[in-house]
Every structure is written in structure tokens, then in C-alpha cells.
Design a protein around this ligand. Structure first.
Ligand code: PLP
Length: 468
């Protein structure tokens, strides 16, 4: 039987005629059949695949399904398609050129011009002396590199993260995560300590005013560090603006306080900019919203290529880079510093700078906020909103202060109906109840933005009904 299996496998190593058909010619049924048989989802149960549309193409800020329905991308998918779906000529040409010249060279075997150029461009636009660069393929990997970098540079082991933050799906980055997604990993990887981010949404720190509450949050963090032992803590790692937990900005003075605590106890400070890096918040990097704060390590991904190809980055300050002259970082992957992905990133960043996408975000920000306020005022299902740049979040008004982690059936049903109305009104995007995110491609025009809020306005009546 074993021999038969080998022979069977060998005879299978030829093309079935269906693979000879040109791309774009399979019917929807053929696609669905193959998906049903072979395709696994990741963060969602497998059967959810039946509700995921077949997307055929994209243009501008829209994607189209197999029935010709046009969807406005209302969250840049996973807050990554920052320049939408019409790839600029320079990005196509630069990427294809690299693919033809040299599709790949393993990062330790050869240095490429594109690696030197991308590293110098990113270093130029980062503030301070964040000059050391590694280019992995995903945000999770960039965070793995950051954790390893901090541990090996400081000789210490523990990492402090905030609850509600997300850092990725690989072992360490998943355990660094402060929301439910780390539970999938059994929550059993040592070395990760969780702290409360200030401004929790469902309770409050003691204190009569913002300054007092901020100080209280910093005191708690310092107390935690002292109890954990400062000599055991390598890194404080957090999202510059928490997304999944609901676009939460820390209060004024908090980040400066964290910087001071890190300096006091020789702990490295890491801003995870995987989602907000490269313009989402109206600043090039999210931490630039906190005056005077320069982290020791910065990671970014999505926006670096606008998700056209997978690439991420870890940047560290010069003295940290120098610390690895005589020892390896101790983290790597086959595809880090992939020349084709780096060419894509290089041209994407040049496009964003030349087209002043940052200026565009800043210009549209007041319109964005106006729409968020209007919708909050006109829908009883919406309790409040927060936003920074082109990154917004409505909080749904849950009955009787219900804990959103416990999915009460009626509440869950309301969100299912909202999701249907959202799709019917031609929006596509991520929904993380009770937070409704708004993060369209940064290249969206004012008219498209107003149209998107109009569509969301119509969809929200379904949520009003369900939560009313
Ligand atoms: N960190 C943050 C803040 C993220 O938002 C994400 C992804 O959403 C990640 C890390 C993980 O990035 P990736 O999915 O590319 O591994």
C-alpha cells in the first residue's frame, strides 16, 4: 500500500486541465467548490467561508465581487490597503523591474541596492536616531524581531504589554497581545506581563481630573515594574494607538511618562506601529502624536507597502544597532529583506511622499470628524466616538452596561443585522463589536468619504433597531 501511495502521488504531479484555464475564467461555482474543499480561515471558524464574498478586482477605493457588486472599502481591509486598489505606475514598474533583475537573494548572502535605499529612506523619515533596520515579512515577525532584539540587547527577559493591544499571531507576538486572541495560544508562554492602558472604556482610574488620572496610571505602571523587578524587564511594548480595543489614545503626558520610566529603569520602549505607521493618524508615525517621545524600537508593516506585497520593518536606535556588531540579533526568516517586496515598499513610500498623502489626511480630518459626530448624535445605538487622522471608532451603546466580551444573544443578533445592512449598503470592512471602526484608504476623496458615511448612516438604522 505504501508503494501505491507513492506512485499515486507521483501520477498526481501533473496539471489537471482546470489549471490550464487562464486566471479569471473559473465560474463562481467552481471557486466555491474548491474553497469548500480546501480553504481554511484563520481568525474565523471555517464555515464563515460561506459568507465571505468572492472578490474579483479592485479600483480606487472600491472592490468588486463576482456578481458585479461594488463595495467601498471602509476599513482599508485590516487597516492596510492605504492607497487603495489602483496601484500607481511607479510601484508596478519598480516592483516588476526588481522581479526581473533579481527576484530574490537571501538576506545574509547578498546586499541589494534596494535594501540600502529602503533602509536609508525609512531612516530619513523617522525622527531621532532610529537608524538600524530589519525588514521581515509581517507585523507579527517584526514584533518577534523587536522582542528578541530587546532581550538580547538588555540581557533581560520580561516584556510588559497593555491589555487590549494586538501584536500578532506568532508565538511571542500572540502572547504579547492583550486581547482574547492570546488565549488561543493557551496563554502559557512565559515572560509577558500585562498592564492596564490608561483611559479604559468601561471603568476609570481614580482621580478628579485628567492630569491626576494620568499620574495614577503612571504610578500603577511604575509600581508594577518595581514588583516585577526592573532588572528582569527588557521591553515595554505597546500599540501607539490601540486599534482592536477601539482607537484609544492615551491621555496627554502619559507617553512622556512611560518614556521617563523606561529611561529610569533601563527598559527599552517599543511602539508597535504595524497598523498606524505611515500616515494613518495624520502623522507619519503614531507616536509623533506624543510630543518629544522617541521610542527605542519601532515596528511597522501594512502601510509600508500599502499591503500590495508582504513586508514589515523593525527600526532601532543607533546604540542598539551598534550592540549587535559582535553578536547576531538572533531572529531571522528566509524572506526578510525580500528584494521584490522592498522594491514595492520603496516605490509606495515615494508615491506617498510625492503625492503628499499625509497632507491629504490632515485636510480631510475635520470632515471625517464632523461625520463621526453627526452619526453619533443621530443614532441611539452609538454611545461615543473617537478618532485621530483617518482612524475612527464608534462605540455601540450596549444595554445596561453589558460586558462586550460576553456575547449576549440579543446583542450579538443586533450586530449580525448591522453587518448585513453594512454589506447591503455596499461597505466592506472589519467589524469588532462593540467597536465600529472607520479607516478607509488614505487616498479616499472627500466625496467618497461623505458617501461612505452616508452608507454607514443607512446601515446604522439596523443597529438602532437591534440595540433599542
Ligand atoms: N501589531 C499590530 C498593531 C497589528 O495591528 C497587527 C495586525 O493587525 C500586527 C501587529 C500583526 O501584523 P501581521 O498580521 O502582519 O502579522
Amino acid at each position: 500500500p505504501a508503494l501505491t501511495k507513492v506512485l499515486d502521488n507521483r501520477s498526481a504531479f501533473k496539471l489537471d486541465p482546470k489549471h490550464e484555464q487562464p486566471m479569471g475564467t473559473w465560474t463562481s461555482e467552481e471557486i466555491r467548490d474548491a474553497v469548500d474543499e480546501h480553504v481554511m480561515l484563520t481568525w474565523a471558524p471555517g464555515k464563515a467561508r460561506h459568507n465571505v464574498p468572492i472578490i474579483t478586482h479592485g479600483e480606487g477605493v472600491y472592490v468588486f465581487d463576482d456578481k458585479g457588486k461594488k463595495y467601498l472599502d471602509w476599513t482599508s481591509q485590516a487597516v492596510c490597503s492605504n492607497i487603495g486598489y489602483t496601484v500607481p505606475d511607479n510601484v508596478v514598474e519598480g516592483t516588476v523591474r526588481q522581479m526581473k533583475e533579481l527576484p530574490f537573494i537571501y538576506g545574509g548572502l547578498g546586499i541589494t541596492e534596494v535594501r540600502a535605499r529602503l533602509a536609508s529612506l525609512v531612516s530619513d523619515i523617522l525622527p531621532g536616531d532610529l537608524t538600524g533596520m530589519v525588514f521581515p515579512s509581517s507585523g507579527s515577525e517584526a514584533n518577534e524581531a523587536a522582542i528578541m532584539c530587546a532581550r538580547r540587547y538588555t540581557g533581560k527577559f520580561k516584556v510588559i504589554n497593555w491589555y487590549r493591544s494586538y501584536h500578532g499571531g506568532t508565538t511571542n507576538s500572540q502572547q504579547a497581545t492583550g486581547d482574547f486572541r492570546r488565549w488561543f495560544g493557551g496563554d502559557n508562554v512565559p515572560g509577558f506581563v500585562k498592564a492596564f492602558a490608561p483611559y479604559p472604556l468601561f471603568w476609570d482610574y481614580a482621580g478628579d481630573n485628567e492630569a491626576e488620572r494620568t499620574q495614577m496610571a503612571l504610578n500603577m505602571l511604575e509600581e508594577q515594574i518595581l514588583n516585577e523587578g526592573p532588572d528582569t524587564i527588557a521591553l515595554i511594548q505597546f500599540e501607539s494607538v490601540i486599534r482592536g480595543g477601539g482607537v484609544i489614545m492615551p491621555p496627554p503626558g502619559y507617553m512622556q511618562g512611560v518614556r521617563a520610566i523606561c529611561d529610569k529603569y533601563d527598559i527599552l520602549m517599543h511602539c508597535d506601529e504595524v497598523m498606524v505607521g505611515f500616515g494613518r493618524t495624520g502623522k507619519l508615525f503614531g507616536f509623533q502624536n506624543y510630543e518629544g517621545v522617541i521610542p527605542d524600537i519601532v515596528t511597522a508593516a501594512k502601510g509600508i507597502t500599502s499591503a500590495i506585497l508582504p513586508l514589515s520593518m523593525m527600526a532601532c536606535r543607533k546604540h542598539i544597532m551598534d550592540g549587535f556588531e559582535d553578536k547576531p540579533l538572533g531572529w531571522g526568516s528566509t524572506y526578510q529583506a525580500h528584494p521584490v517586496a522592498m522594491a514595492c515598499a520603496y516605490e509606495n513610500l515615494k508615491y506617498m511622499i510625492k503625492e503628499d498623502i499625509l497632507g491629504h489626511v490632515q485636510e480631510l480630518e475635520p470632515v471625517f470628524e464632523d461625520c463621526m459626530r453627526t452619526l453619533t448624535e443621530s443614532h441611539p445605538s452609538i454611545k461615543q466616538y473617537r478618532h485621530v487622522g483617518m482612524f475612527g471608532c464608534f462605540d455601540a451603546h450596549l444595554p445596561n452596561g453589558e460586558n462586550p466580551q460576553l456575547q449576549h444573544t440579543a446583542v450579538h443578533e443586533a450586530f449580525v443585522k448591522y453587518r448585513m445592512a453594512y454589506t447591503e449598503n455596499g461597505l466592506i470592512g472589519l467589524l469588532r463589536a462593540p467597536h465600529l471602526h472607520v479607516a478607509p484608504p488614505l487616498t479616499i476623496t472627500k466625496d467618497e468619504l461623505l458617501d461612505g458615511f452616508d452608507r454607514q448612516d443607512r446601515a446604522l438604522y439596523a443597529l438602532d433597531e437591534g440595540l433599542g
